[in-house]
Design a protein around this ligand. Structure first.
Ligand SMILES: Cc1cc2nc3c(=O)[nH]c(=O)nc-3n(C[C@H](O)[C@H](O)[C@H](O)COP(=O)(O)OP(=O)(O)OC[C@H]3O[C@@H](n4cnc5c(N)ncnc54)[C@H](O)[C@@H]3O)c2cc1C
Length: 806
């Protein structure tokens, strides 16, 4: 075994082998994979190994298509069979909501130029004569769907990696990982140690144990999962082709051909955790005892849909472990608190995603950033608040509801509340319906008296539509109070603080006390890694506000610029609460509670001051994400209730209204404002989202300067535009594809909402530059149907920013 390597991958399951292969493919051939047993000895060997292309998330669809294509290429490249069967998949809708979901996916497939299309019942019966399609209102067909051989695929990745020079050592358990002062690692095994630049934790079921070797906890929890395979079914035996798989998600089971029988698997409500206190080290090619009773309800639904299942004997039952994150997406990316330690674990649909995950992981390690925005998978979306109790509650919910439809604005309730602010109880009494942002409970909307504060979900407009509208209008007509405590807040202080910050952000740090600036943070590929408001509070003293959900994600970037000992960098997200007082009467309201002169002459837009409001010391910044006249006020947590109450009481006669984040979404969309994670992501260039004007290339250096310089003169591939849509019963919410009237795909929605104060259904979206001119007629696939839209020349609310500056 070699003693030095560029990277050591821990775990020879499907995912570890894919990462090894892709590292080598990107040129890192001095890489080693260590497997404690045989390859595939975690979840991989016993998987049903179904594969699909389309996903609700556009980028995950991209990597799933990449993976499906890769399996065939791997076979050709390595000579190792992957056992790829692609007889197609049938997707069934029993409910209207499921039909909307499938039709939206069909529209997305048109956008990706992928094949996922509606078929008639006759056609479906011809494709799968064993299925009873009664009660099915819509059927989609994905010709590429199918399954692979779990061991074949893993061995193919391994063979491909070896061919390029990578080493694989089986029966070589990693026993310790020790960080070195220079950021490299010593990886210890009973066969010797390896000094490596990067450690990759791909230890699947044992990812928690391997992470603990480096001193970190991962929010992961294994569960049992079962499927069974029937004896030979005569009709299948008599066929000269393979049957498509069946995704009857309303029935909560999956079904496909296996040999001459059928394979049926289920995510049952009465699920079982496994290995809560740690995965046993002696577990390898093992299974649990069968417990088919637990999945009986799902089985009965499968039998009523495919009666042949009911008469065939059961040949084999597999009850094996899989390991879940709290939202069932992968835990992937470099651990922000460590140097050069990468995780890629907690993967449920590993066979649909292994190739893309391997590629994205290798890109991140070798090139510094993946090509797609994969925040939905980034382990930094969880903080240490994702403890064992939270993880278990969420995993239970994810497992038991695996096939439930994910509606726009969905907020799962399991395991909550975890992080609350002092005003939580007060807001609850006021009728607040809460959502989560980095696990903080924050008001989404407020139910008026007599209305149940209850969320409902659907693709169409929901009962909260009017209540959110009333909040948005109250703010635009008078004044609203928005709890913005979930924004991330940072303090940078000490001699040299401004110089350090100037080397991080792309805009110039404000030079005068009391000034604020907006700034992008530039990523490794020159895209938008973040957007912040930076305020100079005093000499060598700065206050910065950014995306709350991205706080741990941004930490990676802040770590990149060496900070002099004289400069302290502190998160104030927990310590401070925030409130945005906005609307044309915001000044009237605030003036009642403070002695400060709030006139524009004295306190103009983008200026800040420490003020006393209602007897509370606050950092006041004259900005508002609503696009209206407004101030953001940041106060100590202990003062939150006092300030919030004073604002609402003090403005009763002005019609002051508590406003939730759902109304804020509508207000910012009316104003065409982008938001991190939607419009701003490392995938988009600054000139594509209109942030290039904030980049100061004449500064000596800042994060991502060289990468941006390399693309600064390039024409935008796409443009961010605002679209008015002739929608009636539903609005865009993000992800919907956009077409020209002749059906040519030209873009996708990044954010959507009804603009209550302008009376229009609106979307912000990316459109290919050649088609992004104002006035262009487009269609937006809401509910999977084409709704007419027009690209607007400017945002419909206050395009010249007069209200903001008034
Ligand atoms: C019953 C069942 C059915 C499934 N069906 C499907 C399906 O139809 N489609 C689909 O896409 N997915 C399916 N899955 C999920 C799929 O199996 C997983 O997504 C995939 O196997 C995860 O692979 P992995 O490489 O991340 O982890 P694992 O397969 O768990 O691999 C981890 C590896 O790390 C090794 N390791 C651990 N600790 C150490 C150490 N200290 N030193 C060295 N090596 C170590 C282990 O021995 C193991 O080989 C199914 C899972 C189950 C349980």
């Amino acid at each position: 075994m070699k003693t030095h390597a560029q990277a050591v991958v821990i775990g020879g399951g499907l995912v570890g082998c894919s990462i090894l292969y892709h590292l080598a493919k990107l040129g890192w051939t001095d890489v080693v994979l260590l497997e404690r047993d045989e390859l595939t000895s975690g979840s991989t060997w016993h998987a049903a190994a179904n594969i699909h292309g389309l996903h609700d998330n556009n980028n995950i669809s991209k990597i799933q298509y990449y993976t499906m294509k890769l399996y065939k290429e791997l076979e050709a490249e390595t000579g190792q069979g992957c056992g790829v069967f692609q007889p197609g998949s049938l997707y069934l809708a029993q409910t209207e909501a499921r039909e909307h979901q499938l039709r939206l996916q069909e529209a997305k497939a048109r956008y990706f130029k992928a094949d996922f299309h509606n078929i008639s019942r006759d056609e479906a019966e011809r494709l799968h004569p064993l299925v009873d399609f009664d009660g099915i209102r819509c059927i989609m067909y994905e010709p590429d769907g199918g399954n692979v051989d779990p061991s074949g695929v893993t061995q193919a990745y391994a063979a491909g990696a070896r061919k390029m020079g990578a080493e694989i050592h089986r029966f070589t358990p990693v026993t310790a990982t020790i960080q070195q002062p220079d950021g490299s690692w010593i990886v210890e095994t009973p066969k010797g140690s390896i000094h490596t630049g990067w450690v990759v934790n791909a230890a699947g079921l044992w990812a928690r144990e391997v992470a603990r070797m480096a001193g970190i906890e991962l929010p992961l929890q294994p569960t049992e999962h079962q499927y069974f395979v029937t004896e030979t079914i005569a009709e299948i035996d008599a066929m000269d082709r393979r049957l498509p798989s069946v995704a009857d998600r309303d029935g909560e089971y999956y079904l496909r051909q296996e040999g001459k029988g059928l394979l049926i698997g289920a995510y049952e409500r009465d699920m079982r955790f496994w290995a809560e206190d740690g995965t046993p080290l002696d577990f390898a090619h093992d299974l649990f005892p069968d417990d088919l009773e637990r999945i009986e309800e799902n089985m009965m639904r499968a039998i009523s849909r495919v009666p042949a299942v009911g008469t065939a004997g059961i040949k084999r039952v597999i009850n094996g472990p899989m390991i879940w994150s709290p939202d069932s997406a992968a835990l992937y990316g470099p651990v922000p608190e460590l140097r050069n330690y990468f995780c890629c674990t907690g993967i449920i649909p590993g066979f649909s995603q292994s190739g893309g995950l391997g590629l994205m992981s290798a890109q991140w390690i070798v090139e510094g950033e993946p090509q797609y925005d994969m925040f939905a998978w980034d382990l930094a979306r969880f903080g240490d608040w994702a403890d064992k109790a939270f993880t278990k509650a969420r995993v239970q919910d994810q497992y038991a509801n695996r096939f439930k439809i994910h509606f726009p604005y969905e907020e799962r309730t399991a395991g909550r509340p975890v992080r609350t602010r002092p005003a939580f109880a007060l807001q609850k009494d006021m009728g607040a319906v809460f959502g989560l942002n980095y696990c903080w409970e924050h008001p989404l909307w407020f139910a008026p008296k007599g209305v149940e504060p209850q969320e409902t979900y659907g693709f169409t407009r929901q009962p909260w539509f009017d209540h959110v509208g009333a909040e948005a209008k109250a703010l635009r007509d008078g004044v609203g109070v928005i709890d913005i405590s979930n924004f991330a807040k940072y303090e940078i202080k000490g001699e040299g603080a401004g110089d350090w910050l100037d080397r991080v952000i792309a805009n110039r740090v404000p030079s005068q006390i009391g000034r604020s600036c907006l700034t992008p943070l530039i990523g490794k590929r020159g895209g938008i890694a973040g957007d912040f408001t930076v305020t100079k509070l005093g000499e060598d003293h700065f206050f910065m506000v950014g995306s709350g959900m991205a706080e741990r994600y941004h930490q990676r970037y802040f770590n990149e610029v060496a900070r002099p000992e004289t400069v302290s960098f502190k998160s104030l997200t927990v310590d401070l609460c925030g409130v945005n007082v906005a609307g044309p009467l915001a000044r009237n309201l605030l003036s009642r509670l403070t002695q400060e002169n709030l006139s524009t002459a004295s306190f103009p837009f983008m200026r800040s001051r420490r003020i006393s409001v209602a007897g509370v010391e606050a950092i006041a910044i004259r900005v508002s994400f609503t696009g209206d006249l407004g101030w953001e006020l940041y106060v100590a947590q202990s003062d939150q209730v006092k300030l919030y109450t004073a604002l609402l009481k003090g403005g009763e006669d002005l019609g002051v209204c508590p406003v939730g984040s759902r109304a804020l979404l509508s207000l910012r969309v009316e104003k065409g404002y982008g938001s991190w994670g939607r419009e701003y992501s490392p995938e988009y260039w600054p000139q594509e989202v209109g942030l290039d004007r904030l980049i100061k290339m004449d500064k000596p250096d800042f994060l991502g300067k060289a990468a941006y310089a390399a693309l600064a003169d390039r024409a935008p591939r796409e443009k961010l535009v605002t679209i008015e849509i002739e929608a009636d019963i539903a609005d865009a919410s993000g992800g919907e594809p956009i077409f020209l009237p002749d059906g040519t795909p030209v873009g996708r929605v990044s954010s959507g909402a009804y603009g209550y104060s302008v009376g229009k259904s609106l979307a912000i979206g990316f459109i290919k530059t050649a088609h992004a001119a104002a006035g262009t007629a487009v269609s937006v696939a809401i509910l999977g149907r084409d709704y007419k839209g027009t690209i607007l020349a400017e945002p419909p609310f206050d395009p010249r920013g007069e209200r903001l500056r008034s």
